[in-house]
Design a protein around this ligand. Structure first.
Ligand SMILES: [Zn+2]
Length: 498
């Protein structure tokens, strides 16, 4: 099969220049200067019919009715590009500041069937030795969209291609779709009889999988749909455009200043136990700037504390994963305003607020078990602290404990005995009340500190209680440090130099 023969045949079937190039397996830039590509491939095409895909606003709409390509139904035509770009500009596009965009085009099934029909036609014309059963003879439409439509739309909108950018979902329709799908359903029953009378859903996925010459005979196909694909009266039309903003991640560190605040909304039997939570406070003050759907935000942190435990020191790293974000950046002033708004609640304080790349979320998600946590516990004895007790609680060498899942969390965690490492213990007495001890503990993440102190009837061994040989209880607990140097320190109060 010579290139010229192929192109002459496609031309006679009403196939556009772009699609002709797809059947010549053109790649990348070869679609830019099509005439040049044809020349290089030694194919002669009449100059006048070359459709230029560059859109120029000055160019008046051509009066002459261009015939519609029987394969792509005008997908690569100037007219459709114009519709798509206008559709995007008429949407909420301007509200998104994303530098990158990606097009997701949903096409009617008619296109897939026309591609298959042409596949059969080429096999008949040139023989199966030239046109194989398994490998499609053309560059797939989806790939061609990426090579041709993407660059044009990006250039027109002044944005770059970015698979993680603003997703523009474009739905196209064609007037023949309903009839064709009805025919396809009949064909499908004949070609792939369903087992157990199961109804088979006709989908694009099904077409991709089952509809190729290796799985279906051309003669059977032709009983329902014509080979080669016939001419059409009207082209593809734009059905709808929907925008989906990128996922933006905002990280920072929080300090929990209240002993009556849960980490996330605390609801029991449909009733709220606490009226607010760290998650809700932070989301409330950060989300509005980035998205109109704050309920879709995911809040993550490097561990968490109990309701009655404060988190002080540098605070605990957290991140908000914000889908469908309209903004992908913020200034330091804006970050500072959010930090101050959260601080005003008096319950939580945040700092180091910043937009981070999504890849960095691994810092928060992994290695949790290996991290060290720094605690300060206020503990009470039944009698005044002795020198002997104080000496026993100056431990600078690490030691291991065995800890059974505490009774208080058994309703939501399985019963295990887990080894945990305690890196150091350091105690001092409270001057005003000699029954009170302040104990600093450095432990492996995941250690239950309250149980480490009182031992919970021997369920944690050794414990502070077993080490001193006396009952001891915990009055209050603070987290004072978490060894995760992420996110980076930023000082949002500094004036930004731009
Ligand atoms: Zn075409």
């Amino acid at each position: 099969m010579k290139n010229q023969e192929l192109i002459d045949y496609l031309e006679s079937c009403g196939v556009c220049r772009v699609c002709q190039l797809r059947y010549l397996k053109a790649r990348g830039n070869e679609y830019r200067d099509m005439q040049q590509t044809f020349k290089r491939l030694d194919v002669k095409v009449p100059d006048s019919t070359i459709v230029v895909d560059e859109i120029t606003d000055e160019q008046p709409l051509k009066k002459q009715r261009l015939s519609i390509c029987s394969i792509c139904l005008g997908l690569f035509s100037e007219d459709l590009q114009r519709q798509v770009i206008q559709g995007i500009l008429d949407s909420d596009f301007a509200k998104y500041d994303s530098d990158g965009i990606v097009l997701a085009i949903s096409m009617p099934m008619t296109l897939q069937l026309r591609q298959l029909s042409m596949w059969f036609a080429l096999q008949r014309k040139f023989g199966r030795s030239s046109v194989a059963d398994h490998n499609a003879p053309d560059v797939p439409i989806k790939e061609a969209v990426k090579l041709i439509l993407h660059p044009i739309v990006c250039a027109k909108l002044g944005r770059e291609y970015d698979a993680n950018g603003l997703m523009i979902n474009i739905e196209l329709r064609h007037s023949s779709e309903e009839d064709v799908v009805a025919k396809l359903s009949e064909l499908n029953r004949a070609a792939f009889p369903a087992k157990n009378h199961r109804r088979v859903e006709i989908s694009r996925g099904l077409l991709e999988k089952q509809y190729q010459p290796s799985r279906i005979k051309g003669d059977l196909f032709e009983q329902y749909l014509p080979i080669p694909p016939p001419a059409v009266m009207d082209p593809l039309q734009l059905q709808s455009i929907e925008l989906l903003g990128p996922i933006v991640c905002v990280a920072g560190r929080y300090r929990k200043l209240s002993r009556e605040l849960s980490h996330t909304p605390w609801v029991l039997h449909g009733q709220r136990i606490m009226e607010d939570s760290i998650e809700e406070i932070i989301v409330r003050h950060v989300a509005a700037y980035f998205t109109e759907t704050p309920e879709k935000i995911t809040f993550m942190s490097s561990g968490r504390e109990d309701v009655d435990v404060r988190c002080l020191g540098k605070g605990r790293p957290f991140v908000l994963e914000i889908p469908n974000a309209r903004r992908s950046s913020m200034t330091r002033q804006q970050a500072l305003a959010m930090e101050q708004a959260v601080d005003c609640t008096g319950k939580v304080s945040i700092h180091n607020l910043q937009v981070v790349p999504r890849e960095e979320l691994t810092h928060i998600k992994t290695g949790e078990e290996q991290k060290r946590k720094y605690y300060r516990a206020l503990c009470v004895l039944q009698e005044p602290v002795t020198l002997d007790i104080l000496q026993k609680l100056q431990i600078s060498d690490s030691f291991d404990i065995q800890q059974k899942t505490p009774i208080r969390v058994l309703h939501r965690r399985p019963l295990h005995t887990r080894p945990r490492t305690i890196f150091s213990v350091e105690a001092r007495v409270q001057r005003e009340n000699r029954r009170l001890l302040i104990i600093d503990v450095v432990s492996q993440a995941g250690t239950y500190i309250k149980e480490l102190v009182h031992g919970e009837f021997g369920r944690t061994t050794p414990s502070i209680s077993s080490i001193i040989g006396k009952p001891i209880d915990i009055v209050a607990l603070d987290v004072v440090g978490i060894d995760l140097d992420w996110p980076a320190d930023v000082n949002n109060t500094e004036i930004e130099v731009t």
